[in-house]
Design a protein around this ligand. Structure first.
Ligand SMILES: [Zn+2]
Length: 257
């Protein structure tokens, strides 16, 4: 049986920063969670999820410990530690070698952060609620670094092609813009008309990019995939309902002794 095939983000970070994104392949879960589901809360067999998490660990440098989250679409940033394997929040911040933080998604946007120095990293779970509530800004604020010394990368999320929302969601983002020109820019970059007049399509990648850039981050990589379109690789909650979650994980390699 072949193991997980993890993707490494193409961002400009020092080699001690360990970042990976999984897909559906390489695990032991049965349908509809086939096969590399890493979430315990979706109805999958816990023994299968545990086995998949062990396979994930085998793909990371030896001795790394993962901080898992119970995600609630809020703005709590958890500091990864060795005390409790799972805590409540929507982002994990890591500044200790040997620790990693993980978020689980199936349409929501995973956002990776790393200080250029390679001393601090984070990963955030950003659906539209979290984005609107400021999860990216809150995560960025956890860094001691100036925003342009933090590199970011956008993992796989539902694309603008499939992400339909009510106009009230669009208005939440537009109303949060500081100036009329920012508002106009966001409207043009992040929203498209839908078939129904009371709906529109939202671009999570564009929303995240604009919010990060407004916060002073210059380097925002990744983006452009659609989990809903790509059933061969990704779980999609909107497409399948009962389904698994893939992981976006970032950490600092253990110190060499
Ligand atoms: Zn799509």
């Amino acid at each position: 049986m072949s193991g997980p095939r993890l993707h490494t983000p193409d961002w400009h970070v020092p080699g001690n920063v360990i970042a990976r994104v999984s897909n559906r392949h390489g695990g032991v879960s049965a349908a509809p969670f086939d096969s590399f589901n890493l979430a315990l809360h979706v109805g999958d067999d816990p023994a299968a999820v545990q086995q998949n998490r062990e396979r994930l660990l085998q793909e990371l440098p030896a001795g790394m410990c993962v901080q898992w989250l119970e995600q609630v679409h809020g703005t709590t940033v958890v500091d990864a530690d060795w005390q409790s394997p799972q805590r409540c929040g929507d982002a994990v911040y890591v500044d200790k070698p040997g620790l990693a933080g993980a978020v689980l998604t199936a349409d929501c946007l995973p956002v990776f952060f790393a200080a250029r120095s390679g001393r601090r990293v984070a990963v955030a779970h950003a659906g539209w609620r979290g984005l609107a509530a400021g999860i990216l800004e809150t995560t960025l604020a956890r860094f001691a670094d100036a925003p342009d010394d933090v590199v970011t990368w956008l993992g796989p999320a539902i694309g603008v092609c499939h992400f339909e929302v009510g106009l009230e969601v669009r208005d939440i983002f537009l109303d949060a813009c500081a100036t009329a020109s920012q508002r106009q820019h966001m409207q043009a970059m992040a929203f498209r008309p839908a078939a129904r007049a009371d709906k529109c399509h939202a671009d999570l990648y564009a929303l995240a990019r604009l919010r990060l850039q407004t916060a002073g981050v210059r380097e925002v990589g990744g983006g452009g995939l659609c989990t809903h379109c790509d059933a061969a690789h990704y779980y999609s909650f909107r497409r399948d309902g009962r389904t698994g979650r893939f992981v976006s994980i970032v950490g600092l390699a253990p110190d060499q002794h």
